[in-house]
Structure formats: structure tokens, C-alpha cells
Design a protein around this ligand. Structure first.
Ligand SMILES: C[S@@+](CC[C@H](N)C(=O)[O-])C[C@H]1O[C@@H](n2cnc3c(N)ncnc32)[C@H](O)[C@@H]1O
Length: 211
């Protein structure tokens, strides 16, 4: 079920955040080193959906061999992505949409990518099921996100703090790997990009891939 109230709160918050998003994101971006390269390097030729494209931070990493549709819940973020794409002279199809109810037919995309999106999607499992629906039978879903640290005290602290961050539409205690499985996807790989497993690169498929 979609929580309409929380979804519109997330939308409103990101519309506001879009004004300053790129100013504040330089810090994690600097530390992330090659995270975005790692996401896009392995995306094969074909049609790609970038979910929650935000202000377009991934645009410079899109390989030439792919055709991308970018979508986001927030008009404000999309407007920034549009401006950035213009500056890069990059013609990309950008659409306003909620990942919890995608307006695409089943089996449309070779690859679906989302970076730092599923921490704020109200019904994470429902959104992940939508990715499963729109990716092709032999396609891949690539997620880069921060998750709940699976350690007794830190995990508990994240649960406590989440009560506040949730009010701003941001969740810091998501069990995204478990939720990917719960959404019916098959995990192909999980790579820890930080100590304690805070940020993970998750690759999932619709079905078990033949070896
Ligand atoms: C933290 S930003 C990340 C943006 C970008 N992917 C990046 O890596 O910089 C999260 C983005 O997800 C979008 N988002 C949140 N919930 C969404 C939803 N239900 N459907 C589509 N986009 C959503 C937000 O509007 C925002 O642009």
C-alpha cells in the first residue's frame, strides 16, 4: 500500500532541498570517490531507467552506449537535472513519477539504477516490486544506498534517530538487502563500500540467472 501522506511529504521536502542539494552534497560526494563510476561501469548496452535521478549527479557517468529515461518524484529536483543536462548538452528524457507506481509497461528496461533513493521511498518493498516489474526478464537492478548498520548499539541508535529523520522523509535504518529479497528479487552481489557496511552497492535480478 502506498502511504500518500508520507509520499507527498517526501516530494515537498525534496522540492525544497533541490535549491541547496548540490551545495550540501559535495562532502559525501568527495568521500564517495568512485562509487558512481562503479555503478555505471557495468551497465550494459540498452534501455536504462534511472530512478530518483535528483539533480542529475549521475549524468556525467552515463556511458554513451545506453539510452536513459530519468524519473523523480520531485519537480524541483527534475528542474535542476534538466538544467544540468542542458549544460552538459545531453538530451535525456526526464519524467515526473513515483517509483511506487511506475507508468511503464512490464519488462521494459535492460537495467534499472537508483542511487541514494530507496532511503526515502515510503514503501520500499512496493517500490522495489515496481522495479522488478519493469525490468526485463534477464535485466539487472543496481542500487547504491546507505542502510542500517547491522551492529547492536549502532543499529539501535540508528533506529532511535530514524524517528526524527523519518519526519523529513529520510530513513537511516533501512534493511535494504533484506527488502530486496522480500520484494521477490534475487541478489546477485552486495558490495560494502564503507566500513561497518553503511553504504552498499547491491545488484539484483528478476530471476536466478543461468550460470
Ligand atoms: C538523496 S536524493 C538522490 C538523488 C540522486 N539519485 C543522487 O544520487 O544524487 C533522493 C532522490 O529520490 C527521489 N525520490 C524520493 N522518493 C521517490 C519516489 N517515491 N519516487 C521517485 N523518486 C523519489 C527524491 O525526489 C530525490 O531526488
Amino acid at each position: 500500500m502506498i502511504d500518500e501522506k508520507q509520499t507527498s511529504r517526501v516530494k515537498k521536502n525534496f522540492n525544497c532541498a533541490s535549491i541547496i542539494y548540490d551545495m550540501f552534497e559535495w562532502l559525501p560526494e568527495g568521500r564517495s570517490l568512485n562509487w558512481r563510476e562503479r555503478v555505471w561501469f557495468h551497465v550494459p548496452t540498452g534501455k536504462v531507467l534511472e530512478v530518483g535521478i535528483g539533480t542529475g549527479r549521475n549524468l556525467p557517468y552515463h556511458p554513451d552506449r545506453i539510452r536513459v529515461i530519468g524519473m523523480d518524484l520531485s519537480d524541483g529536483m527534475l528542474a535542476k537535472a534538466h538544467n544540468y543536462a542542458n549544460r552538459l548538452n545531453y538530451h535525456i528524457d526526464l519524467q515526473q513519477m513515483d517509483v511506487q507506481q511506475l507508468a511503464f509497461a512490464d519488462d521494459t528496461f535492460e537495467t534499472v539504477v537508483a542511487t541514494f533513493v530507496f532511503c526515502s521511498v515510503p514503501n520500499q518493498i512496493h517500490g522495489l516490486q515496481e522495479l522488478k516489474r519493469v525490468v526485463k526478464q534477464d535485466g539487472r537492478i543496481i542500487l547504491l544506498d546507505h542502510v542500517r548498520i547491522n551492529k547492536p548499539i549502532i543499529g539501535w541508535l540508528m533506529d532511535m534517530l530514524n524517528v526524527f529523520t523519518h519526519l523529513f522523509g529520510e530513513n537511516i535504518n533501512r534493511r535494504t538487502v533484506e527488502n530486496v529479497k522480500q520484494a521477490g528479487l534475487k541478489i546477485e552481489s552486495v558490495t560494502d563500500l564503507t566500513r561497518l557496511g553503511l553504504v552498499k552497492l547491491i545488484v539484483a535480478t528478476k530471476h536466478d540467472q543461468a550460470v
